[in-house]
Design a protein around this ligand. Structure first.
Ligand code: F6P
Length: 497
């Protein structure tokens, strides 16, 4: 790769992009100018621009569930005119945003109080998958060092997580926000039941005033006991892993203040505008998708690492795991035929520099080449600027080391072959706007890949079988049934019974 900079004097200017305040450097990717041109031809041949227009036009892009995927409507400025399968949705979106803002301001100002008259000082956010990963990422990224309202999360049905979330909290000062698009998810309902019991044990029936719900099935939330005016809705055209922009972000809007939530929307909307308007060769979601695809399909690399050089972004890889692997981990096309090429790469990662002392050995000298997305933030949110410069130096140096390597012909242990690709993303500061733009960049990148592979990025049938079998195994463990299983499974059930 390094030799391409000599061969292509315009390489840096062609392969560095600006989008919605983010800087993206794709020059340390293994493509030469002809490779980039071929990738762009592929994108044009796949009809990326027309597919993008269908997405933004609210057409039914999720055929297996017969729905549009219109998360962009959630973050558009007031006055937008989005239609989901022909039905106008922007006014309803604005009404829900206004209700969220009122609620956030009432809680934060102390105008809204709990059953005993105390203001709220904590929120326990219950949800899993798309109803958890986005809010968790945003809170970690943006929370004040000493928050007025503490936000804790419980996703796992492992009762340990809720126990940890509740420890030390005063029920009289705690809101429990249950988030579930379907309001049928086993883990979430189990945790919501337990949290409601925790509230009732100290506050009695009046504690239902501490329950809040966010769901596309509001009737189920009301039946659970959530007061009608504390149920916030969203719509079936919002995919779970694309839902952070909806009322799914309510806990963050309350704990961070609505202004921050609005900033996330503004940053994402700026990325939407960039994605719609920039020519393909200057279009960050398109070019990032093509770089990833070049590695995945052109060079058969099934894994990608994501390393944010910002402790506050340490959950970014976990968020991307659902976004990319649930969206594009598919083996048949939208029409149900086997895909022509391998689809989504597996994603893993952790914050830099910590990852350097854990898995970077393999990135530098392992037998597999694993492309890395590096995300860096110029100005730190807090602390010593000198430490921040050390962090940045590491981000830049790792990208350099991975590409340049170090020739040590006489010492194979210390030899670095180099030629290992990175994408380098730079945020000026970790503001709500920059975070919104970053998340939207990867949402659209995932969409572009899905179009190139011909798959439906918006369904997730692959998570269903395990859920069905878990219900059967639970009946066996409880002794209520004796379902037939393979010998290994039967033996495990007997061991656990
Ligand atoms: O099981 C996967 C999944 O359906 C995700 O797509 C979704 O984000 C998560 O479960 C949670 O679903 P819900 O918001 O309906 O509880």
């Amino acid at each position: 790769m390094a030799s391409l900079f000599d061969a292509e004097p315009d390489r840096l200017s062609r392969l560095t992009l600006q989008a919605a305040g983010l800087f993206l450097d794709l020059s340390k990717q293994p493509w030469d100018a002809a490779g980039v041109a071929a990738a762009l031809d592929l994108a044009r041949a796949a009809g990326i621009e027309a597919a993008r227009d269908r997405l933004f036009g609210g057409e039914v892009v999720n055929a297996s569930e017969n729905r549009p995927a219109l998360h962009m409507a959630l973050r558009a400025p007031d006055g937008a005119d989005f239609k989901a399968d022909g039905v106008p949705v922007s006014r309803e979106v604005e009404a829900t945003r206004a209700a969220m803002r009122d609620f956030a301001e009432a809680v934060r100002s102390g105008r809204k109080v709990g059953a005993t008259g105390k203001p709220f000082r904590a929120i326990v956010h219950i949800g899993i998958g798309g109803s958890d990963l986005g809010p968790r990422l945003i809170w970690e990224a943006l929370k004040p060092l000493d928050p007025q309202i503490e936000l804790r999360f419980a996703a796992n049905v492992d009762p340990n997580e809720l126990a940890q979330a509740l420890v030390g909290l005063d029920p009289a000062e705690t809101l429990v926000v249950t988030v579930s698009k379907t309001f049928t998810t086993l883990e979430t309902l189990a945790n919501a039941d337990a949290a409601r019991a925790w509230l009732r044990a100290s506050l009695g029936e009046a504690s239902d005033a501490h329950l809040v719900a966010v769901s596309a099935a509001p009737d189920k939330a009301k039946a659970f006991g959530v007061p009608q005016d504390q149920v916030f809705g969203f719509w079936d055209w919002v995919g779970g892993r694309y839902s952070i922009w909806s009322a799914v972000g309510l806990s963050c809007a309350v704990a961070l203040g609505y202004e921050a939530f609005g900033g996330l929307h503004a940053g994402a909307a700026a990325m939407d505008a960039h994605f719609r308007e920039a020519p393909l060769e200057r279009n960050a979601p398109v070019m990032l998708a093509l770089a990833h695809l070049f590695n995945r399909n052109g060079l058969s690399r099934p894994i990608r690492a994501v390393v944010p050089y910002a402790q506050r972004l340490r959950l970014f890889a976990a968020f991307l795991q659902q976004l990319e692997m649930e969206s594009n981990g598919k083996r048949v096309t939208a029409e149900g035929r086997p895909v022509a090429r391998p689809t989504a790469a597996s994603v893993f990662g952790d914050a830099g520099t910590n990852g350097q002392h854990a898995f970077f050995q393999l990135l530098h000298q392992g037998t597999d080449i694993i492309p890395v997305d590096i995300v860096a933030v110029r100005e730190g949110s807090e602390g010593d600027p000198a430490a921040q410069r050390k962090l940045l130096a590491n981000a830049v140096a790792q990208a350099e080391a991975l590409m340049i390597g170090r020739a040590m012909p006489d010492d194979p242990q210390r030899h670095f072959e180099g030629n290992r690709p990175t994408s380098f993303l730079l945020l000026e500061r970790l503001t709500p706007e920059a975070l919104g733009a970053l998340i939207a960049l990867y949402e659209h990148k995932t969409f572009v890949e899905g179009v190139l592979w011909g798959i439906n990025s918006y369904d997730q049938w692959g998570v269903e079988l395990g859920k069905t079998l878990a219900a059967r195994v639970l009946a066996d463990l409880d002794g209520a049934a004796q379902n037939p299983h393979d010998p290994s499974t039967t033996a495990l059930i007997e061991r656990l019974r």
